[in-house]
Every structure is written in C-alpha cells, then in structure tokens.
Design a protein around this ligand. Structure first.
Ligand code: ZN
Ligand code: ZN
Length: 246
C-alpha cells in the first residue's frame, strides 16, 4: 500500500494556551491541516478533505492545496473511490463534494450531531458540502470500507470520531490534536466535545499503536510518524515528511 500525507494548508487559529489551557504559552499553535491518501491495488481512499477552497472562514489566509497535492502524487479527483471523514469539523470537510466517483464514509453519531437543524443553522458549509452528497455510507461500528482498510470508532473529539486502520498504519484524525497529547493523553484540547471520552480513547489507542509500531498520520501533526515508548509513557516521533510505502 502507498500512503501519502497531503496538507491542504498550514496556519494557526489559536494560541497554545487557547487550545490547551494547561499549556502556559501565548505562542501561536501552528498546524498543518492534513489529509491522507491510501492506495492499494483495489482502491484509492482519501481520509478527510482539508479546509477547502477559498474564500472560507477557517484559516482564510492559508493555502487551499489539496487538489494540487493530489495531482503531485498522480491522482485526479475522479479517481478517488472512497472518502472517509474521521469527523465533520470544518477543517476536515473542505473539499468534500469534489470527488465525483467517491462514496463518503461518516459515523452515524457525527452525522446525527452535525446534520441536526441546530447544527446546520450554524454550519451552512455542511448543508452545501455534506448534506447534498448522494453516496454516503453511515457506519456505527468497525467497518471494512475497502479491502484491508477499516474504520474504527475513536470517540470524544466528536461523538462519532473514527480512525482509519490498515496493516501497519493508523490515520488518527483529531483523536490526538497535538503531539503533547501522546505524552500526556489527559491533556485537554478545548475543541474536544467530550474531554473525558477523548482522553479515554487516547489512553486505549496510544499503547496499542506503540506496541504495533504502526505508521501514524494525524490531522495536525507534521508528516508521518510513530508512537514510541518513553519512560513510563509514550512520545511522538516523526519518521517521514510526506510519503511511505507499507
Ligand atoms: Zn476536529
Ligand atoms: Zn482538525
């Protein structure tokens, strides 16, 4: 399987302290907005779709590079077979609707929350980009979405947050938003909708991925890395900037 990290843009929307109240730093939290492309012989799977075309309210001054990044690795939008949404936050659905042959995979609990009238009233972009999709597969449990590629529930950041697993690979979305949450799974991110459930998900996932030695791609860590044991805990270790073969 070929795996690529495709950054739609880089930028900041908060200081470290605003995002993680336990971190006493007024530095900007500078992040990539990542998508991941998984290509097996059987399917081309895109995980998340970035911040999207401009103009846009989230990171308005950043790039909007996903389609260029896809072209860089030799993939046209109509060649994407499956789009997985780890969750439906604004920085993960930006280019949704741009892949005419794709089936879109979303967890039922995220669909129920984000597609409610109350949510849509605040999130017009979801009405345009997600509610209008014709081919949506709503899942409620671990599901094989292409041969050898599974989605697994990893809730807390949002009610139906999911990660994507293939042999030796995990695409974890915002299950951990900052590398420091690998070292301290209990570190609270203000955008986690349920901080306790999100921390419990990290406490389960981090040792599992470390033991497996899986290559890990996160929504907002640079590049590809692994989770390593460090003393009694764990740490993030970057291994590649953009691409990897498994
Ligand atoms: Zn998120
Ligand atoms: Zn995100």
């Amino acid at each position: 399987m070929k795996v690529d990290v495709l950054a739609d843009c880089e930028g900041t929307f908060a200081t470290l302290r605003e995002a993680f109240p336990a971190i006493h730093s007024d530095e900007d939290w500078w992040i990539p907005v990542n998508c991941a492309l998984l290509r097996s012989g059987d399917a081309t799977v895109l995980v998340d779709t970035g911040a999207g075309p401009k103009p846009r309210p989230f990171m308005p001054d950043g790039d909007a590079a996903l389609l260029d990044e896809l072209a860089r690795v030799g993939v046209q939008p109509d060649e994407v077979d499956v789009v997985v949404h780890t969750h439906l936050h604004v920085d993960h659905v930006g280019w949704t609707g741009s892949f005419p042959n794709a089936r879109y995979v979303v967890h039922e609990d995220d669909w129920a929350y984000f597609m409610s009238e109350a949510s849509l009233a605040q999130r017009q972009h979801l009405r345009e980009k997600v509610l209008s999709l014709e081919r949506v597969e709503r899942v409620t449990a671990e599901t094989e979405i292409a041969p050898g590629i599974h989605v697994q529930p990893a809730p807390g950041h949002t009610p139906g947050h999911m990660i994507v697993r293939a042999e030796g690979l995990a695409v974890i979305g915002d299950a951990a938003a900052h590398e420091l949450q690998i070292a301290d799974p209990n570190l609270v991110f203000v955008n986690d909708m349920d901080a306790d459930v999100s921390a419990a998900t990290r406490r389960r996932l981090i040792p599992e991925l470390a033991a497996e030695g899986a290559a890990v791609i996160a929504g907002h860590f640079p590049g590809i890395g692994r989770i390593e044991r460090a003393g009694k805990g764990f740490r993030w270790s970057s291994t590649a900037k953009t691409a990897s073969s498994l």
